[in-house]
Design a protein around this ligand. Sequence first.
Ligand SMILES: O=C[C@H](O)COP(=O)(O)O
Length: 319
Amino acid sequence: MAHPPSDSRNPGMPLDPSWFQRAAVNTPAVEARAAELGARRPLVGAHRAAWLVNAIRCMDLTTLAGDDTEDRVARLCAKARAPLAPEVAEGLGVAGLTTGAVCVYPTMVGAAVRALAGSGVPVASVATGFPAGLMPLALRLAEIRYAVEEGAAEIDIVITRAHVLRADWAALYDEIAAMREACGAAHLKAILATGDLQTLSNVYKASMVAMQAGADFIKTSTGKEAVNATLPVSLTMVRAARDYGARTGHAVGFKPAGGMRSAADAIAWQVLMREELGARWLRPDLFRLGASSMLADIEAALTAYVTGRPVAPQSLARA
Ligand SMILES: O=C[C@H](O)COP(=O)(O)O
């Protein structure tokens, strides 16, 4: 399938329920496909290293904790600017490698912007009453505008799950469209909190509504639900993005987030993107891995590959 260009933002479109209201996801088939993806023969050597470097390039390095401080954010940003030790980066031929972005709470955006100055690494901010989103819309929109004024280039919004559970697609569309407008030039990632949506068919429908409302990315989770990113949910969402792109010519990005911890996770999700959407979707403008602790395992794997010495992930510098 020809891949639509991704350098143009998703303009959205009027809500059209005929694109999704009769969608019925074959859950057993999706789960079987996802299991097959996760059970692939492991990559080794230079091939595995290349996929892990790309995972860093596409990572939203995240801290979203109640005890976050400006010092912790500054340390995270230093890691985002230089995720690998110099000798490891040079050994891989990726001097200057950075993460895709840094993702923080709104009141930490200023500290992140200052710490990332001159790096080219954008700041993403969660907003709209993260993680539950249960605040008046006017306050959620004000929070978006605050984060953008603080310097956020990307806004990760959360949807009102009740709109999905009640199949109130107009209400879901209207809130995301209003959020998209409040973002202005900042890119909008729509967090669907899929662990709260009960069925894969609801995940597909919410994905389609978010894209029709103008989301630049669809994102699985806040990382605070009981169940966050899974391969079956991700497969459902990327197929929605594929269907939307085939009909509109607009590429919408995908961000799995929450609970991904290992280098193996980083490869499994990239294999899913490569096989379902194509190599074009393995770049940071269309793919992000939302993770707070996955980088340590990736760094340990790459350090061991370059130096030949095994390294415990917990021994590496953490934010
Ligand atoms: O959006 C990013 C997620 O909150 C990160 O979740 P995590 O801490 O489980 O990696």
